[in-house]
Design a protein around this ligand. Structure first.
Ligand code: CIZ
Ligand code: SF4
Length: 303
């Protein structure tokens, strides 16, 4: 048995002993996705977290995702295997900065991307993910809405909802921001038949090269339903694993530079340690959690 197989067996045994469930994000390393009971995007995984009977949730992703799972499952133990796995985009807006932004636009509701801290969610009216951002903004009665922190997702949403004014905060994802149109066009030259799927966290010029703009869950659906056989995948490279697994006959070409270092911190070793040592537990100040949960719940209710 290989070291990796032995580790996986240890993890499965510990998981049973602890009555735990492992949730693994689409951007995780392939082995960490394979050990997951569920894989998916942040919204899908949070829903799994809320629905599970398990007492312990091991969240293989980054900090804000584990926090969101804890908000929806306050009585469960939520473990983030590597506490340093953060999201630089989420750190681009603090609660204080958001309060200042709101003061500049009095009365306008705030849509917070789930890629935010619980403190920021507590200051927001409603959350969204890349899978439901357009629906969330449309659901608001106000004509003017504030969108934090991702200027790229916010701009793309604004284009889909032309009857609203979407005021953008200037945050971005460093991993997606560095993808250039030239990187996509170079792959396109080698594979001219391929359909280009891009994530809305990409910058505007890169999104213009795309045939379809989709969240990761949206890309999985799109690739399965499309007649096309080849796809250029313009988002974090981890998504190539489920795309390829779920569509064995089709071909997927990554943008090799698009690696999120934080998403790659989780390893099988760290998952095993999380279960063995009950680390690292996510705790949220109850006052903050109460307000942040409302914004997440309001999103979840939209469907
Ligand atoms: O919402 C998520 O899980 C992220 C960060 C990406 C996506 O589009 O699924
Ligand atoms: Fe954050 Fe970007 Fe990494 Fe997602 S890919 S966790 S938005 S830094």
């Amino acid at each position: 048995m290989s070291d990796e197989q032995a580790l996986m067996q240890d993890i499965l045994r510990l998981k049973r002993e602890r009555n735990a469930v492992i949730l693994s994000h689409n951007y995780q390393r392939p082995a960490v996705q394979d050990i997951g009971d569920f894989t998916g995007d942040s919204l899908g995984l949070s829903r799994q977290a809320a629905a599970t009977e398990a007492e312990v949730i091991v969240f293989c992703g980054v900090h804000f995702m584990a926090q969101t799972a804890k908000l929806l499952s306050p009585d469960k133990t939520v473990l983030l295997p590597v506490p340093e796995a953060g999201c630089p985009m989420a750190d681009m807006v603090t609660a204080q900065q958001l309060r200042r932004f709101k003061a500049e636009h009095p009365g306008a509701p705030v849509v917070a991307y789930v890629n935010t801290t619980a403190e920021v969610k507590a200051e927001a009216d409603i959350c969204c993910t890349s899978a439901n951002a357009v629906e969330v903004v449309r659901s608001l009665e106000a004509e003017k809405v504030l969108f934090v922190p991702d200027r790229n997702l916010g701009r793309w949403v604004a284009g889909q909802v032309p009857d609203k004014e979407v005021v953008l905060y200037q945050g971005f994802c460093p991993t997606h921001e560095l993808i250039t149109p030239d990187m996509v066009l170079e792959i396109k030259q080698a594979h001219p038949q391929a359909v280009v799927m891009a994530h809305p966290e990409c910058n505007e010029a890169t999104l213009e090269t795309a045939d379809a703009v989709r969240s990761t869950s949206g890309m999985l659906r799109y690739a399965a339903e499309s007649e096309a056989q080849e796809f250029i995948v313009v988002t974090e490279v981890g998504i190539l694993h489920p795309l390829q697994q779920q569509n064995p006959g089709k071909r997927f070409y990554p943008v090799l530079a698009a690696v999120c270092p934080n998403m790659k911190l989780t390893t099988l070793e760290s998952v095993k340690r999380a279960l063995q040592e009950n680390v690292h537990q996510i705790e949220i100040d109850p006052q903050i959690a109460h307000r942040a949960r409302r914004a997440v719940q309001r999103m979840v209710e939209i469907g």
